[in-house]
Unconditional design. Structure first.
Length: 343
């Protein structure tokens, strides 16, 4: 996300660990092992990249990478700006990474900054809240396309990795509860994504009796047409920052039901542009789905408000400008520090 935001106006080079993460990104890039926080080979390779490409700022996204980048930054005398996109409590390891090895931290929700400060981050003035930006060109393209060639059924959608934190079991139970409340409605659930929990979730759908109405479509490079064709987007995560999938669904004019975790309440106003629920509350998922199913006028009003909320507040250009300003300030501060140490 940071790379996409900065790329139009700045040189960006990606150093990545896994091919599944970096292989499809169309930017200048180098694959490195990042085996440990103090992987000397990775630090050496990063240092060479900094020198060869004239890199001014390192922006790591995981604690282990923050430490490796921080070591590299100190060797090359450039700042490290860590990105944190989810609520994390600072134990000794994370405190060392974000408070000691990083020169600044960018978070995508105000609540993450609050948690860092509550957990003893010693330099709160170096925490910068920058909301994620969206690639609105791709989203607008999905909105302009005709609906997918599927039977016209009321559709609930979720795009998420199939891991425990995303709470997809809560969504399945909530959809089954909705089915029981509505009396076998002509509705379907579309789950976009993959992960180690998929076999369990497919088995759960069968046990709940909703397998015929549930589509597990797997990972999709471009999920936007499916999301744009949906009526409701549900996110039952147990922990988040401010998830892009939720912002994208709102831009694509979905009514949303989401757990009140992380920074989600910074964008979803309960009863106005969506519904907020507690984690694991599948009864509430079912009730809110029933409300949106039986009250199409309310659903449409929420869809319009959701789109307008995100259209006005979240864009890649704005994110890129804010990131560039933070990076420039870090570079100037590092230069001043180096000058002060020079006899």
């Amino acid at each position: 996300m940071a790379m996409t935001a900065l790329a139009p106006t700045h040189g960006v080079h990606l150093a990545y660990r896994h091919e599944a993460v970096g292989g499809h990104i169309g930017l200048s890039k180098t694959r490195l092992p990042f085996a440990t926080a103090l992987d000397l080979y990775t630090v050496w390779r990063l240092s060479r990249l900094v020198q060869r490409l004239g890199i001014s700022v390192l922006i790591p996204t995981k604690p282990v990478d923050v430490i490796a980048a921080g070591v590299t930054g100190r060797l090359c005398r450039i700042p490290t700006l860590a990105r944190l996109g989810i609520v994390r409590r600072l134990g000794p390891y994370r405190r060392f990474a974000y408070d000691t090895m990083a020169d600044g931290v960018v978070v995508n929700a105000g609540v993450i900054k609050q948690v860092l400060q509550t957990n003893g981050y010693s330099r709160p003035e170096r925490i910068h809240v920058i909301h994620n930006g969206l690639d609105t060109d791709a989203l607008d393209d999905a909105l302009r396309r005709p609906a997918l060639s599927v039977p016209p059924r009321w559709t609930v959608c979720c795009t998420a990795s199939m891991i425990d934190r995303k709470g997809l079991d809560t969504l399945l139970r909530g959809f089954a509860h909705f089915h029981s409340l509505a009396g076998s409605p002509d509705a379907r659930l579309v789950l976009i994504g993959d992960g180690h929990r998929r076999p369990f979730l497919e088995s759960l759908a069968r046990d709940l009796g909703i397998a015929p109405s549930t589509d597990f479509v797997g990972h999709m490079a471009n999920p936007y047409p499916h999301m744009a064709a949906a009526d409701v987007f549900v996110l039952c995560s147990r922990n988040e920052g401010l998830p892009n999938a939720l912002l994208e669904a709102m831009y694509l004019s979905n009514a949303v039901i989401a757990t009140d975790v992380g920074g989600i309440a910074e964008v979803v106003v309960h009863g106005q542009n969506g519904f907020l629920i507690r984690p694991d509350d599948w009864h509430a998922v079912g009730r809110h789905l029933l409300t949106l199913y039986r009250e199409p006028r309310l659903a449409r009003e929420m869809q319009v408000r959701a789109h307008e909320t995100v259209r006005h507040g979240f864009c890649t250009m704005r994110m890129g400008q804010q990131l560039a300003e933070v990076c420039a300030a870090l570079v100037e501060r590092r230069k001043a520090s180096v000058r002060s140490m020079t006899p």
